[in-house]
Design a protein around this ligand. Structure first.
Ligand SMILES: Nc1ncnc2c1ncn2[C@@H]1O[C@H](COP(=O)(O)OP(=O)(O)OP(=O)(O)O)[C@@H](O)[C@H]1O
Ligand code: NA
Length: 781
């Protein structure tokens, strides 16, 4: 256990409660945040759309905190509906987007080489307009993030929320950072903070003399607001400023929403930026109201009749490690759900990129496809019965509120799932404590951390998967430990109970092994190998099998049957040894009072005891080596290892176990031979030819275990359930196109051929119901 915790520290996981790590090994579903966990959490404004004016696109920016990197170009939109230019962009952007994931860590020199080779874009460089200026003012001022160039470290430093940093950096590109503006005399008079349940934020500023006049009268304060598009849009009465200002009609709303969808479906988080001139000066008396209720009332009077200034598309690339980790979960029979505060389109696009949902939802059966991505409001509206009636729970829940997380936990629990839930916010605490395993982010709030059992110091999704692997390893090792302990106990009990039948002339039962021998074996020799088993490395297939059944715990059928089979085998071997020496070689001479005293009459019994003791010790020790794997041969623990005799390397890989078995085996000799100690205390004496029996029966025992394991493998006895990947495996290969272009090999070609054959199947439903690509991953073959 202690070993486990230190290992996990290295993997950036802090375990506050050890049982949580073991529990994690049994997780069947993970509900993960998106921002920072599945994605980098480093956001860049990629596109800004200004109503009936321009689309600004940021190119070639690899460093999210450096406003000097990359260039901004704009596209003039003549039409009322600015749909077209953006669609033109889409292709170009898509290229960039997939590249962005790879580019983040590449040193700048290399990037410059590659970008300078690209043909220069024909688009004009940006020039400042009033519309853009208003947009930047609101983005920079309604913002708590800071961006500054650190002279000492010679790099750009940022503080604050990634979303706000992105906007602040964007404003800095035009020299409109908050610092600069406040230097020019912009003064904040009130703030209505961001809250993830209302998903917006507002501030009120007084403009310096004459500066604000292009958007508000010079004696007026100005309200700046930003937030989720659907919410802000409903509070807007106008769009645009100056001559191009239009009243917010349903039609215009539709067009703005269309615009938002275009950005969101590229995986961008879209924020609406708005403002409003406040009649006269907003005084601090108005802002320092006493009760929360009055605060809310004031807030709703402030946040109305807004003017939409534009949309910002902010991109947060998925972490490189996310998709492979999700694939690993899928192979391990674990489902990954994404619960995000973002818009459904954004959520969907990112979910596709990381493999939580297939790129082509049509490969799912219709009944499932309909509820793969849902909005929290829809989910919240459903009754428990309706949720339980769903064929599968949603994989993506968008615009998620803290309550939605709690409902999802309950829905999962009703389906018998054992779930892990991540969270970072203050109001995530209830769901974190209610989940079977709550996982908080190192960067998150202290409230979340204290409600969770596990904290990820690096926020990364793949650290969760590493912790699950560790939990499963621990569980497996506990199983091996328990099997080792119980097998020796069953063997000893059989030997001792059968020994009651060895009755001497006085009518006493002669012990086949003495009490001190048993104590010695249990305490001195077999405890070290048992600890050694606890240190076993994870088996290769540890993430290729179903999560353990929480109700069964360690005692699976396999463990119970193994324990009986091996225990009987151990009992039989030791009994035979004792019997052969007493009845075969000494005509059944059980001596006289041999349980208590050494005499010449007791020599046969004492010699038989020594051989039985040695054998029992060795069987228990060698069984520890055998239990390194429950199903694989001790002589070939790794099926992919093609060396002729990997035994010693495999056995030596766990040093502690190796040496405890070796030293334990050798300890038999002094115990048998040291005079006085042997006859007086252990009630046995030195032997000669009898050693052959001990060695011989050790070989019989090993053969017996190997045969039983072979039978288990051959006839697939007592297998753990195989992982069924169902309609589609998460994190799997792309499902919309041939893969063999990238890595051409015979096998990938074959898979591709079999795909395309299936793709020509009659209908989507056909494909879905005829079990498309069910990957049966056999466990421990
Ligand atoms: N600083 C902010 N100011 C205004 N609106 C914001 C801000 N941050 C986020 N939003 C809006 O609120 C929505 C949800 O944000 P929230 O912080 O709840 O999600 P998140 O927790 O960051 O996302 P995830 O759940 O994926 O980790 C965003 O999509 C955006 O529209
Ligand atoms: Na979050």
């Amino acid at each position: 256990m202690v070993v486990a915790v230190t290992v996990m520290r290295k993997a950036n996981v802090v375990v506050r409660d050890l049982s949580a790590l073991e529990a994690l090994g049994g997780v069947t579903n993970i509900c993960s945040d998106k921002t920072g966990t599945l994605t980098e959490g480093a956001m860049i404004v990629r596109q800004a759309w200004i109503p009936s004016s321009h689309v600004y696109t940021v190119h070639d920016s690899q460093n999210p905190s450096d406003p000097t990197k990359g260039r901004v170009v704009y596209t003039q939109s003549k039409d009322e509906t600015p749909q077209e230019p953006v669609e033109e962009k889409t292709r170009d952007f898509d290229k960039e987007r997939s590249a962005a994931v790879l580019k983040f860590d590449v040193p700048d020199e290399k990037l410059n080489i590659s970008s300078s080779k690209q043909p220069q874009s024909p688009e004009p460089e940006t020039k400042m307009t009033d519309e853009l200026r208003a947009f930047l003012l609101s983005s920079a001022l309604c913002n708590l993030a800071t961006v500054r160039f650190d002279q000492e470290e010679e790099k750009w430093q940022t503080t604050g929320e990634p979303t706000e940093i992105a906007l602040q950096v964007f404003a800095h590109r035009f020299n409109h950072g908050k610092k600069t503006l406040e230097g020019e005399g912009w003064r904040q008079v009130a703030e209505f903070p961001f809250d993830s349940s209302i998903k917006r934020m507002s501030v009120i500023y007084n403009a310096p003399e004459a500066q604000g006049s292009f958007i508000a009268g010079s004696d007026n304060s100005i309200v700046f607001t930003k937030g989720a598009v659907e919410r802000i849009l409903d509070m807007c009465a106008f769009a645009g400023i100056g001559e191009s200002q239009q009243p917010m009609t349903d039609e215009l709303k539709e067009s703005v929403l269309g615009q938002m969808n275009a950005l969101a479906s590229q995986g961008q988080r879209v924020l609406a930026v708005a403002y409003r001139p406040w009649e006269g000066r907003f005084t601090s008396k108005q802002s320092s109201s006493s009760s929360a209720e009055e605060d809310d009332k004031l807030r709703s009077t402030v946040e109305q009749n807004l003017v939409l200034l534009g949309l910002a598309g902010i991109y947060d690339p998925p972490r490189r490690e996310t998709k492979p980790s999700i694939a690993e979960c899928s192979q391990a029979g674990i489902k990954v759900h994404m619960l995000t505060g973002d818009h459904p389109e954004t959520a969907k696009a990112i979910a596709k990129e990381v493999g939580i949902i297939p790129r082509n939802l049509n490969i799912l059966p219709e009944s499932v496809a309909a509820s793969v991505v849902v909005k929290a409001t829809e989910f919240d509206k459903m009754t428990d019965a309706e949720i339980d009636a769903l064929e599968e729970l949603p994989l993506v829940i968008a615009r998620c509120a803290p309550d939605t997380k709690t409902r999802m936990i309950e829905a999962l629990r009703r389906r018998g799932a054992f779930m892990a839930m991540t969270g970072d916010g203050v109001n995530d605490a209830p769901s974190l404590s209610r989940a079977d395993v709550g996982i908080a982010m190192g960067s998150g709030s202290d409230v979340a951390k204290s409600a969770a059992k596990i904290v990820l110091t690096d926020d990364k999704f793949n650290s969760i998967v590493a912790a699950i692997r560790e939990g499963r390893r621990m569980f497996d090792n506990i199983q091996k430990f328990v099997l080792h302990l119980l097998t020796s106990n069953v063997g000893e009990v059989i030997l001792l109970v059968a020994g009651l039948g060895f009755v001497d002339d006085m009518g006493f039962s002669v012990f086949p092994v003495s009490p001190l021998q048993i104590i010695w074996i249990n305490m001195a020799t077999s405890s070290f190998p048992a600890f050694g088993l606890g240190r076993e490395a994870a088996a290769q297939e540890v993430m290729r099998k179903l999560p353990q059944d929480k109700k069964r715990g360690v005692f699976t059928n396999q463990i119970i049957v193994d324990m009986i089979v091996y225990g009987i085998l151990m009992g039989a071997c030791t009994l035979c040894t004792f019997c052969i020496i007493i009845y075969g070689a000494n005509g059944g001479n059980l001596g006289y009072d041999c349980n208590t005293k050494f005499s010449d009459a007791c020599i046969p019994v004492f010699r038989a005891r020594a051989a039985t003791f040695a054998l029992l010790t060795w069987l228990i020790l060698i069984s520890a080596w055998e239990f390194k794997s429950l199903r694989r041969s001790m002589f070939r623990l790794n099926p992919n290892d093609d060396s002729f005799f990997p035994f010693f390397r495999d056995i030596y890989s766990n040093r502690f176990l190796f040496w405890s078995v070796i030293v334990g085996s050798l300890s038999v000799f002094p115990v048998v031979y040291i005079p006085f100690l042997n006859t007086r205390f252990f009630k046995h004496t030195g032997i000669s030819w009898e050693w052959a029996l001990s060695v011989g029966f050790t070989l019989v025992f090993v053969t017996g275990i190997e045969l039983w394991k072979l039978a288990k493998r051959r006839f697939r006895l007592l297998e753990d359930g195989a992982v069924q990947r169902g309609h589609w495996g998460q994190g799997g290969p792309e499902d919309d196109g041939p893969r063999f272009k990238r890595t051409f090999s015979m096998s990938s070609f074959k898979t591709w051929v079999s795909f395309s054959r299936r793709e020509t199947g009659d209908s989507v439903m056909m494909r879905a119901t005829t079990q498309p690509r069910v990957a049966h991953v056999p466990v421990q073959v």
